[in-house]
Design a protein around this ligand. Structure first.
Ligand code: FA5
Ligand code: MG
Length: 415
């Protein structure tokens, strides 16, 4: 009877998404709550803060990068369906079969072969295959992630890709006509892939970081503090993350890197090399408009949305940081079965607690020395975005979470 079948999906019915029907199997874990958000396309809703940030990024790229005929260099795509094949989301990006990012617990699978995309990178190969050399792609993405003020199971990313031929990359360099993107006897190392020349990677990386630094300065002004962090993605090498200082903390806003050549080869662009990035639109909008909680992007409250009704996207938005209503918290501890995974519990909390839940954190865990049984304790922080919650409301929701965790996840309460 419950909307949220995390542990035991109903095997009988098909999964319906966007008027299409998919057979359910043992991998299906997408919930009705999540499916309701498919098609909301907040990034395409005029005046929504995610739309404004998308439009500002588009404008920046349109006005800063011209093609040979004075046309915008980057084409923009924002209407690709979030329903993708598992092959697109992972294999096409060289993500190995046993890679942790494929875990059923971390993704929304429609079934074993189809899923809600976990990142906009899922479309890199198809757009390169279409012959595009420079594009931006915005869309909704879905992850069973942790729960806090900067993570939400549905969020929005913008992907950017730019490819260069030998000539395009080296023509502006003195003596560049003698340089080449590729090198025969190269070796993979921290700096580069085996097939790339060091000159090519140096210029590509400079172009990538310069492009993104200019974007961040265009969005936030020259005073913004940012830093580059080395990291790893299976589809780029070398790879970096960009962090921006926000409310006394470093907030990760994007991942990027030099595209793995094998992806370009398989997309029919083997004579070019390029970079890619994927940025979080919510994260940038939170910094720009000083929005304290990621759930606010789903608010239908006119008091919130009204503030973004500007006639020109560049008009400064005097967003009054919404006054936050006080939080209430309540802890829950239980014995967990061996099959237990925290993401299943997070999903259940999302289903039962809805948008009242601001954060779930693991407070404590221990293993009984004699029985070997494992116990975990989570703190759930409740806060309504538009009013003060009552103790009674929280108590009822919390009790419902306890009951559902017992019946659906097989945990034994210690309350
Ligand atoms: C990726 O998704 C890579 N596809 C990015 C990429 C693209 C790398 C192209 C290289 C080349 P990551 O999982 O770090 O990486 O997510 C990218 C950004 O999405 C993050 O920096 C963050 O801004 C945002 N993000 C990630 N998870 C969430 C979430 N649960 N809620 C809101 N924003 C999120
Ligand atoms: Mg990351």
């Amino acid at each position: 009877a419950h909307l949220c079948s995390t542990a035991s999906p109903v095997i009988s019915q098909d999964v319906q998404v966007q008027g299409r029907s998919f057979p359910r199997d043992d991998f299906s874990n997408v919930t009705a709550k999540i499916l309701q958000r498919v098609g909301a396309n907040l990034h395409n809703e005029p005046h929504h803060p995610l739309w404004i940030i998308k439009e500002r990024i588009k404008e920046h790229f349109y006005s800063s990068y011209m093609g040979r005929w004075g046309n915008p260099l980057f084409s923009v795509h924002d209407n690709l369906s979030p329903v993708v094949s598992v092959e697109q989301n992972f294999d096409s990006l060289l993500i190995p079969p046993d890679h942790p990012s494929r875990k059923r617990g971390d993704n929304y699978y429609i079934n074993r072969s189809t899923m809600l995309r976990a990142h906009t990178s899922a479309h890199q190969r198809e757009l390169v295959r279409q012959g595009l050399d420079a594009f931006l792609l915005a869309g909704d993405v879905y992850r069973r992630d942790e729960i806090d003020s900067s993570h939400f199971p549905v969020f929005h990313q913008m992907e950017g890709v730019r490819l260069f031929s030998d000539h395009e990359l080296f023509s502006s360099v003195d003596g560049g006509q003698h340089l080449s993107l590729f090198e025969d006897s190269g070796r993979r190392c921290g700096q580069k892939q085996e097939v790339h020349s060091l000159e090519a990677v140096t210029l590509l990386q400079f172009n990538l970081k310069n492009t993104l630094t200019r974007l961040v300065h265009a969005l936030f002004g020259p005073g913004v503090e940012l830093r580059w962090v080395d990291c790893h993605f299976p589809f780029t090498h070398p790879s970096f993350e960009l962090e921006v200082r926000f409310q006394e903390q470093w907030m990760e806003v994007l991942g990027c890197g030099i595209m793995e050549q094998q992806i370009l080869n398989s997309a029919g662009a083997g004579h070019k090399a390029g970079w890619a990035f994927g940025l979080g639109l919510e994260r940038l909008a939170m910094i720009l408009f000083n929005i304290p909680d990621i759930r606010l992007f789903w608010s239908r409250d006119p008091g919130f949305l009204q503030q973004f009704r500007v006639t020109d996207i560049h008009q400064p938005i005097s967003f009054k940081a919404v006054s936050r209503f006080p939080p209430l918290h309540n802890d829950i501890s239980f014995w967990v079965p061996d099959s237990f995974c925290p993401q299943d519990f997070f999903e259940l909390v999302r289903c039962v607690g809805g948008d009242l839940v601001e954060q779930v954190t693991l407070l404590d865990h221990f293993t009984h020395p004699k029985t070997g049984r494992r116990s975990e304790c989570y703190r759930i922080v409740y806060r309504h975005m538009e009013r003060t919650l009552t103790q009674e409301e929280v108590r009822q929701t919390h009790a419902a979470i306890e009951r559902t965790a017992e019946s659906e996840l097989g945990v034994t309460g210690r309350y």
